[in-house]
Ligand binder design. Structure first.
Ligand SMILES: Cc1ncc(COP(=O)(O)O)c(C=O)c1O
Length: 371
C-alpha cells in the first residue's frame, strides 16, 4: 500500500471489545494474569509493554519500512538507547554538525562511560573513512543538519560503515517520509517524535526503528524496558494520531518552506539562505537524490549581524519565537543564543520551522519583519 494509506491504518483496527474506531487509551499500569499464572493478552506491566505502545511501534516500523521499532519518552532517550546498546570500548564516528543535545549526551555521559568518539564532517566521506578503526561499531548521521542544513550522503556513509562492519544510524527527525534512510543503507533510524510525528507541539517522544529485528535491536529493546524511559499511553496515542496526517502535513510543510526559501534568497536584507532546494546550496545535488522533498526547516543569515537578526525575530507577528520544530505553527529562533548551542553557529542566523499557515501570510510576516 501507499504511504498515505499506511499512515492512516498502521497499528489500527476497530477496538475488539467496543467497536471504537479511534483506539482507546489504556492507562492501566498492570494486566490480569490467568488462573495458571500466564498472561493471556501478552501484557504484564506498562513499563515492559502497553497496548498503545505496541500500536504506535507497529505504525513507526511501517512508516520507516523497518522490521521493528521501540518508542521512547523523548528523542534523546531514543538516541541514548542506541549508544548504550554499544559496549564500553566501542568506537563511534559522529557527525560534527549533530543536534547539540546529542553531542552533549555523547560528550558528557557516554564518553566517560567508555565510548570512544571521533567527530567528523560527514559532508566529507573521506573524513569518515579516515576515522574508522577496528573498534568502530557505529556511524551516526544526521541530515539535514541543525541548524545549518548541511547534507550528508546517507548511502555513501552507510556503505563506509558496512564495509568496516559498523552499523549506520540516521537521525531522521527533520525529514520523516521524504528521506528513507533504511532504503539508502542505514541500519537504524532515530526520531524525536516530539517534532513532525506528533506534529502539534503537544507531546514529547522518541523512536528507534531497525531495518532488522536483530540482536542489536534486542539490546535497544532491553534498554527501553529496563532503563524505563518509556512514553505514557496518552503520549503514544498522540504520536500515533499524528502519524495519520504525517504524509499530508509533510507535503504542506515542504511546499511552504520552498516558497519562503525562494523569497528569502531574493531579499536584500538576507546574506545567506540554508535550504537544500536552492541550487546555491552546497548539498543540493545529494539532497535532490536522497530526498523526495526538501523539508520544512530552513535557516538564514541576516545582513548586519546578531543585532539585526534579533530585530527580525522581535518583529514577527505570525511566527512564534520558540525552539523546537515540526508543529503546525511556524517558529523562528535565534539559535546562537540558546544555552549549549554549538559556538560555531553564526550570530546572524535565524532558524525557521515552517508550519501549515498559508504561505502568503508567512511571507508577508517575514517581509515586514525584515523591513
Ligand atoms: C535532530 C534532533 N534529534 C534529536 C532531538 C532530541 O529530541 P527530544 O527533544 O525529543 O529529546 C532533537 C530536538 O530538537 C532534534 O532536533
Amino acid at each position: 500500500m501507499k504511504i498515505e494509506t499506511i499512515a492512516v491504518h498502521a497499528g489500527r483496527g476497530a477496538d475488539a471489545s467496543t467497536g471504537a474506531v479511534s483506539a482507546p487509551i489504556h492507562l492501566s499500569t498492570t494486566f490480569e494474569r490467568g488462573a495458571e499464572g500466564d498472561y493471556p493478552q501478552g501484557y504484564v506491566y506498562s513499563r515492559s509493554n502497553n497496548p498503545n505502545r505496541t500500536a504506535l511501534e507497529g505504525a513507526l516500523a511501517a512508516i520507516e519500512g523497518g522490521e521493528a521499532a521501540a518508542a521512547f519518552s523523548s528523542g534523546l532517550a531514543a538516541t541514548a538507547a542506541v549508544f548504550q546498546a554499544l559496549r564500553p570500548g566501542d568506537h563511534v564516528v559522529l557527525s560534527g554538525d549533530t543536534y547539540h543535545g546529542t553531542a552533549k549526551l555523547v560528550g558528557e555521559l557516554l564518553a566517560p562511560w567508555g565510548l570512544a568518539v571521533d567527530v567528523v564532517d560527514m559532508a566529507m566521506p573521506d573524513e569518515v573513512k579516515r576515522a574508522i578503526r577496528d573498534e568502530t561499531k557505529l556511524v551516526w548521521v544526521e541530515t539535514p543538519s541543525n541548524p545549518q542544513l548541511k547534507i550528508t550522503d546517507i548511502a555513501a556513509i552507510a556503505k563506509i560503515g558496512r564495509d568496516a562492519g559498523a552499523l549506520c544510524a540516521c537521525d531522521n527527525t527533520w525529514a520523516p517520509l521524504i528521506q528513507r534512510p533504511l532504503e539508502l543503507g542505514a541500519d537504524l533510524v532515530v526520531h524525536s517524535t516530539t517534532k513532525y510525528f506528533g506534529g502539534h507541539s503537544d507531546v514529547t517522544g522518541g523512536a528507534v526503528i531497525a531495518k532488522s529485528a536483530d540482536a542489536f535491536f534486542e539490546r535497544v529493546r532491553t534498554i527501553q524496558t529496563t532503563a524505563g524511559a518509556v512514553p505514557s499511553p496518552f503520549d503514544c496515542w498522540l504520536v500515533h494520531r499524528g502519524i495519520q496526517t504525517l504524509p499530508w502535513r509533510m507535503r504542506a510543510h515542504c511546499a511552504n518552506a520552498e516558497r519562503i526559501a525562494d523569497f528569502l534568497a531574493a531579499h536584500s536584507a538576507v546574506e545567506i539562505v540554508n535550504y537544500p532546494s536552492l541550487t546555491s546550496h552546497r548539498g543540493h545535488e545529494i539532497a535532490a537524490r536522497q530526498m523526495s522533498a526538501f523539508g520544512g526547516m530552513l535557516s538564514f543569515g541576516v545582513r548586519g549581524g546578531r543585532e539585526a537578526a534579533m530585530r527580525v525575530a522581535a518583529r514577527v507577528k505570525v511566527f512564534t519565537r520558540a525552539t523546537s520544530l515540526g508543529g503546525v505553527e511556524s517558529l523562528i529562533e535565534h539559535r546562537a543564543s540558546i544555552p549549549g548551542e554549538d559556538p560555531r553557529t553564526p550570530q546572524n542566523l535565524l532558524r525557521l520551522s515552517i508550519g501549515l499557515e498559508n504561505a502568503d501570510d508567512l511571507l508577508a510576516d517575514l517581509a515586514q519583519a525584515l523591513g
